[in-house]
Structures are given as structure tokens and as C-alpha cells.
Design a protein around this ligand. Structure first.
Ligand code: FES
Length: 104
């Protein structure tokens, strides 16, 4: 069952490039890229580095710690040292606000 959590206004996300949704057990990084919105767990699967704020080229995020690269659309690993994909989350813009479905 969907559990939509508000993140921020879409205009704020567009201006800043990313936003963080802090939950009790995890943090989710939300990105605005080329008119689309993506949400991934803000923890690199290599060694837990925060991804938000890392270099972003199109939909490719680079972990600032050791350089693993991930596809924000699918969570797929594009470059080592990570080997496990990122967890991704459904995200939507409703009435100008960004929301992430954490799945309950
Ligand atoms: S923690 Fe991200 S590449 Fe090592």
C-alpha cells in the first residue's frame, strides 16, 4: 500500500537540484533532472556514503567517497566499487509538491 511522504515544493527541488527526506530508518535523496524527478536511498551500496550532493551528470550520480556511479532511474550500478544496485522509490509531483512513496 502506498505511503506518500511530502518532501518539498517542486520549485525548491528544481532550484536546489536535490532534497533529502529523513525517515526513522533511512534517508531518501530526491533529484530533479531534466524535468523528471527520481528518488533513491541516500546510502551508497559500497560503504554507505551519502550520495546527495555528489557529482551528477544527467541521470548518473557519482558517490563522493570512492567514485561508484549509479543510474538514478533504475538504481543500477554503472561503475565500481559498488556492485549492488541502489534502492529506488516511486516519486510524484502533486499540486506542486514532491512526494515519495516509501511503501508503508
Ligand atoms: S561509499 Fe560510495 S563508492 Fe564507497
Amino acid at each position: 500500500m502506498p505511503a506518500w511522504h511530502p518532501v518539498c515544493p517542486y520549485e525548491t527541488l528544481k532550484r536546489d537540484g536535490y532534497a533529502i527526506l529523513e525517515l526513522a530508518t533511512t534517508a531518501i535523496a530526491v533529484f530533479a533532472v531534466e524535468g523528471e524527478v527520481y528518488a533513491v536511498e541516500d546510502a551508497c551500496t559500497h560503504d554507505g556514503g551519502e550520495l546527495a550532493g555528489g557529482p551528477l551528470e544527467g541521470c548518473t550520480i557519482t558517490c563522493p567517497r570512492h567514485g561508484a556511479r549509479f543510474d538514478l532511474k533504475t538504481g543500477a550500478v554503472l561503475a565500481p566499487p559498488a556492485v549492488v544496485p541502489l534502492r529506488i522509490f516511486p516519486v510524484r509531483v502533486t499540486a506542486g509538491r514532491v512526494e515519495v512513496d516509501t511503501g508503508g
